[in-house]
Design a protein around this ligand. Structure first.
Ligand code: GTP
Ligand code: SPV
Ligand code: MN
Length: 658
């Protein structure tokens, strides 16, 4: 049988020109898809408001037609990624009130969301596979697995059936062709996102590489694409009032992944990781499964390079959970003279060993979607410079003169200037309450980062010398320590914990497990994932060193023991010397600690080395017991033996030698 062709006579869509009136009464000719007759489905008429449907690769036509049928948009808009397109959509969003122009800045806009739609919704994020244990480990009886949530495709079909049919009525369906990773790189992957929210189009233009070249690439090869479908779930006529010109359906949010089909269906939210489907859904959850199948890694990691005063450059990838310091580290301004930092990526890394046994990493993204609060010219001047122009801010506050404000900018803001908070209330610096949402973000092109690495788009990726794990650990955990070896390092990553943050719906400051900083982003069985990490070690491969860092240890008064940010270069300096093999370590039961005095502290003022590196025995006894229990409960029989052995050895060392 010939392949199904939605444009074939009788079975299919025919495109014809029709005369249409717009809202101003202006007549024009538009293309319409007629008679999209998919097997078992009825007929639908939909105008193509922009682009040439006929020119799309057949498999894309089919994908669009199927979802037009399902979601019933009033038109199809084929995005081309051009400047004119961005201008047109920005204009629309300004007129509607979804965006506000920030007059003080250059081509920057503010968006305030419905206050019920402000972060990723982990509780409604699912992975669907026929077989449950492809997605989640054999969790011990009576325990709730936290490393990914599985739903059967049948159960998910019911959930989607009560949401997607007609979900785009009265709205335009935008079709976004994009590449994660430099277009054409052998390490990159292609996606197509369908969405009914033009804010998503504008953000995707920044975060991914949106281009019509994608159509040629798909048309000329048998390469496939990740299918991404997003609807805010607010068909017209509206059932409820739109708040802040931000249509969404927070009560019905669902983010469903089909790793076998390489497909994502997301409904109800317009926010970040819920709606920019190239990011967490594709580049982490789906990609981690592709990576498992193809022998590489998709990780929640920044990528940076550091060059010491002698001119030697090293590349570091670091996995910290959401809102735990990746963007800040990736753009670090060194406080030590002579050091240089360059940024390759701030959130996601795709890593694979090359034929010479070097681990190479690319940043699949093209922009930063960074946490605004805490960012200022002291903590992160590079991020401040990066988001000066061509940036969409979401849920920050606005100054009367059309600038931005968030917690952390007090010292850089006129205390008397009237401010509008993210909720739209009048406010002044010094007043009670928060002006910006704690998960407010800037979305800007990586290319305008003043310290972007010249090789950041190198199709081969950059060679990784070290991998870091870290989280927010207010007590017990030293500033830095080194894993004994790869296996020990993988165990440390598997045991990663951090205080919860505003990046998802968790409230309060509880310490949560966040293995490999991937808890919300796992695309397959976490036990298999750990084994996959262990399997990376092979003869002939140069394994990067693994370190654990903690910028967030507190003293008894609740103050940070370590100044952090640009001062973290001092810790990097120590790690680089370790990579060069300098003997500056002191073995401890949990790993190799820096020898006292081996981290340069000059000019820092009083730093309590003792307290920063102390290993309270009670704390570590409890910590390893708890981590072991956690991994047993979460992975059951899927926990690799090697990890089990590493946990036991660590426990023994702590109980005997600490
Ligand atoms: P996601 O984008 O959610 O994945 O977050 P991220 O890991 O990129 O975190 P980011 O760098 O945006 O930092 C989050 C918060 O941590 C910000 O408020 C920062 O100001 C704060 N932060 C980052 N680095 C440090 C540090 O070294 N010390 C301290 N005390 N705070 C830090
Ligand atoms: C994170 O939560 O890790 C983020 C923000 O990077 S979001 O894109 O919303 O997932
Ligand atoms: Mn992140």
């Amino acid at each position: 049988m010939p392949p199904y062709n939605p444009l074939m006579e009788n079975k299919t869509a025919r495109v014809s020109k029709r005369r249409r009136c717009d809202s101003m009464g202006t007549e024009s000719l538009v293309e319409e898809i007629d008679d999209v007759t998919l097997p078992g489905l009825g007929i639908v008429h939909v105008p193509v408001v922009k682009g040439d449907f006929n020119a799309l690769p057949l498999k894309v036509q089919e994908f669009i037609a199927e979802h037009v049928k399902l979601c019933r948009p009033k038109g199809i808009y084929l995005c081309d990624g051009s400047e004119e397109e961005a201008e047109e959509l920005t204009e629309k969003l300004l007129n509607r009130g979804t965006l506000v122009k920030l007059d003080k800045m250059d081509n920057c806009y503010l968006c305030r969301t419905d206050p019920a739609d402000v972060a990723r919704v982990e509780s409604q994020t699912f992975i669907c596979t026929d077989e449950k244990y492809k997605t989640v480990p054999h969790v011990a009886e009576g325990f709730k697995g936290i490393m990914g949530q599985w739903k059967s495709p049948e159960d998910m079909a019911d959930v989607l059936d009560s949401r997607f049919p007609g979900s785009m009525k009265g709205r335009v369906m935008y079709v976004i062709p994009f590449s994660m990773g430099p277009i054409g790189s052998p390490l990159s992957k292609i996606g197509v996102e369908l969405t009914d929210f033009n804010y998503v189009v504008l953000s995707m233009r920044i975060m991914a590489r949106v281009s019509t070249k994608i159509w040629d690439m798909l048309g000329n090869t048998d390469s496939d694409f990740v299918k991404c479908v997003h609807s805010i779930g607010a068909p017209r006529p509206l059932q409820k009032k739109v708040i802040n010109h931000w249509p969404c359906n927070p009560g019905k949010i669902i983010v469903a992944h089909y790793p076998d089909e390489r497909k994502v269906m997301s409904y109800g939210s317009g926010y970040g990781g819920n709606s920019l489907l190239g990011k967490k859904c594709f580049a982490l959850r789906i990609a981690s499964r592709i990576a498992k199948d193809e022998g590489w890694l998709a990780e929640h990691m920044l990528i940076m390079s550091v060059t010491n005063p002698a001119g030697q450059e090293k590349f570091i990838a670091a996995a910290f959970p959401s809102a735990c310091g990746k963007t800040n580290m990736a753009m670090l301004t060194p406080s030590l003279p002579g050091w240089k930092v360059k940024c390759i990526g701030d959130d996601i890394a795709w890593l694979r060993f090359d034929k010479d046994g070097r681990l190479r990493a690319i940043n699949p993204e093209a922009g930063f979607f960074g946490v605004a609060p805490g960012t200022n010219n002291k903590t992160n001047p590079v991020a401040m410079a990066t988001c000066e122009k061509n940036t969409i801010f979401t849920n920050v506050a606005m100054t009367e003169d059309g600038g931005v404000f968030w917690e952390g900018l007090e010292k850089e803001t006129d205390r008397n200037i009237p401010i509008t908070t993210w909720r739209g209330d009048k406010w002044k610096v010094g007043q009670e309450g928060k002006a910006a949402h704690p998960n407010s973000r800037f979305c800007c092109p990586a290319s305008q980062c003043p310290i972007i690495h010249p090789a950041w788009e190198d199709p081969e990726g950059v060679p990784i010398d070290a991998i870091l794990f870290g989280g927010r650990r207010p007590a017990g955990v030293p500033l830095v320590f080194e894993a004994f070896n790869w296996e020990h390092g993988v165990m440390l990553g598997a045991s990663l914990k951090s205080e919860s943050t505003a990046a998802a719906e968790h409230t309060g400051k509880t310490i949560m497990h966040d293995p490999m900083a991937m808890r919300p982003f796992m695309g397959y069985n976490f036990g298999d994932y750990l084994q996959h990490w262990l399997d990376m070690k092979q003869p002939g491969r140069q394994m990067p060193k693994i370190f654990h860092v903690n910028w967030f240890r507190l003293n008894e008064h609740g103050d940070f023991l370590w100044p952090g940010f640009g001062q973290n270069i001092r810790v990097i300096d120590w790690m680089c010397r370790r990579m060069d093999g300098e003997n500056i370590v002191e073995p401890s039961p949990i790993g190799l600690l820096p020898e006292e005095g081996s981290i340069p502290l000059q000019g820092l003022g009083p730093i309590d080395w003792e307290e920063m590196f102390s290993l309270p025995k009670d704390y570590w006894m409890e910590d390893i017991k708890e981590s072991k229990q956690f991994l047993h409960d979460q992975c059951g029989c899927d926990l690799p033996d090697v990890i089990e052995q590493q946990l036991n050895a660590q426990q023994e060392r702590i109980s005997e030698n600490l």
